[in-house]
Design a protein. Structure first.
Length: 129
């Protein structure tokens, strides 16, 4: 999961990665404040976990979409060749639909990722008053 916050010095965005599901787990592992280095001004500072947000990794999302579409297209081309000679068109269309499953799988994965991002951003370590 991609995390971001703003630099205390230059106010530009700092991003980092985590495999942990939420802020509570992040705090258990690193404490309530984590040290981050700004890639723009090179300033190192402590950032409170509640000031860090999870976001979509758009580059990764686009690469995955291209990859899954390519797999679905290649598989469909091979399936088409077979299905042209297939005697039952309804069953043939059903089989072709199965070959489109990488696209469905892509949307399922994105849905799970979005749920994780929402979950991360929803729970704070400190109780807000
Ligand atoms: Zn900076």
């Amino acid at each position: 999961m991609k995390l971001y916050t703003y630099c205390q010095n230059c106010n530009r965005s700092i991003t980092t990665q985590t495999s942990l599901p939420d802020r509570i787990k992040l705090a258990q592992k690193y404490g309530k404040e984590i040290k981050l280095k700004c890639p723009h001004c090179r300033t190192e500072a402590m950032y409170h976990i509640d000031s860090i947000k999870a976001v979509k990794n758009k580059t990764q999302e686009r690469i995955m979409l291209v990859l899954f579409l390519t797999i679905a297209a290649i598989v469909s081309v091979f399936a088409m060749d077979f299905l042209i000679h297939y005697p039952w068109p309804v069953i043939g269309a059903g089989i072709l639909l199965i070959f489109q499953s990488p696209i469905l799988l892509y949307f399922i994965i994105q849905r799970i990722k979005n749920k994780r991002i929402n979950n991360f951003n929803f729970y704070f370590v400190e109780v807000k008053e």
